[in-house]
Write a protein that binds this ligand. Structure first.
Ligand code: C2E
Ligand code: MG
Ligand code: MG
Ligand code: MG
Length: 282
């Protein structure tokens, strides 16, 4: 009986092992496949930017928008960034994709400022992998080619970017500030959320992660966290933006605790460029 048990365990182990390697091979080939597709996408211009508006919570005025990438896949249709940005980062393809995003968003921002005759801002997400010395020149070129005023460009980074090699990061952030662009800390509260970051780095804007917004105003813990974040952010002179605003009750709460701007499905989902233009700048 004991022998049978050992034999069974070995069989199990072997099967698990086989299953595991098959699964890994499958994953590896899947990744390779997506990587090949991504290279084709870059070559064939299959990316598109959607735009989500941001509003002043007090007077409901449009203050700017965030550019959010989509992949118009020839067979699969619209693919969301969560499905390809991580792999783009791992493979380094994000460098090329990110450069395109910057150029495209700056062009659009410049056009919208001239259409509306107001200083609407254009926010662009920049991932850890893009956050290297070359980024400074990429930003400078995108601004020059588009004619977008530097103040109108908001570079969104996350806490993971700030954790990474602090000294070099400080230098890079300062160089970006010297160009005149604004810096925003995206998804605040989900990473290490060190309040010390707000003291150490010279940022302009803080985006409170949707995770804290979704159960407002009923969740007392999230209410306390949100208003504490807002107070600290304002102490450091940052503009606060609530992400993922979906209800009027959330707006009421946020406005009451002094949050300045909001972005979310209550106002608008991310929409294609033509739709945005027709709705906000016609
Ligand atoms: P993010 O920068 O935090 O962008 C906000 C995400 O929340 C967007 O998802 C947006 O569609 C979604 N969202 C906005 N309002 C609401 C709401 O009220 N409710 C809910 N449930 N969701 C809302 P999306 O467009 O799928 O983008 C996901 C992430 O992909 C972004 O998170 C960002 O980290 C990354 N990403 C998007 N575009 C780019 C890009 O051009 N470059 C890089 N590096 N990353 C990008
Ligand atoms: Mg963002
Ligand atoms: Mg975010
Ligand atoms: Mg995010």
């Amino acid at each position: 009986n004991a022998d049978a048990a050992v034999h069974f365990a070995k069989m199990q182990g072997r099967n698990n092992y086989q299953f595991f390697t098959t699964e890994m091979n499958h994953q590896a080939s899947q990744r390779l496949h997506i990587e090949t597709e991504l290279r084709k996408a870059i070559k064939n211009n299959e990316f598109e930017l959607f735009y989500q508006p941001q509003f002043d919570l007090k007077n409901n005025q449009l203050v700017g928008c965030e550019a959010l990438i989509r992949w118009q896949h020839p067979e699969q249709g619209l693919v969301s960034p969560d499905a390809f940005i991580p792999l783009s980062e791992e493979t380094g393809l994000i460098i090329q994709v990110g450069r395109w995003v910057l150029q495209q968003a700056c062009m659009q921002g410049a056009k919208w400022i001239s259409l509306s005759q107001t200083m609407v801002t254009m926010s662009v997400n920049v991932s850890v992998r893009q956050f290297r010395p070359e980024l400074v020149d990429e930003v400078r070129s995108a601004l020059m080619e588009s004619g977008l005023p530097p103040r109108a460009l908001v570079i969104e980074i996350t806490e993971s970017t700030l954790m990474h090699d602090e000294e070099a990061t400080l230098v890079l952030l300062q160089e970006l500030k010297n160009i005149g662009v604004q810096l925003s800390l995206d998804d605040f509260g989900t990473g290490y959320s060190s309040m010390a970051y707000l003291k150490r780095f010279n940022l302009d804007q803080l985006k409170i992660d949707r995770a804290f917004i979704s159960d407002l105003p009923n969740d007392k813990d999230d209410a306390a966290i949100t208003s504490a974040i807002i107070d600290v952010a304002h102490h450091f002179g940052l503009v606060t933006v609530a992400e993922g605003v979906e209800t009027p009750e959330q707006v009421a709460f946020l406005a009451n605790v002094g949050c300045v701007e909001g972005q979310g499905f209550l106002y608008e989902k991310p929409i294609p460029v033509g739709v945005f233009e027709e709705k906000y700048f016609a």
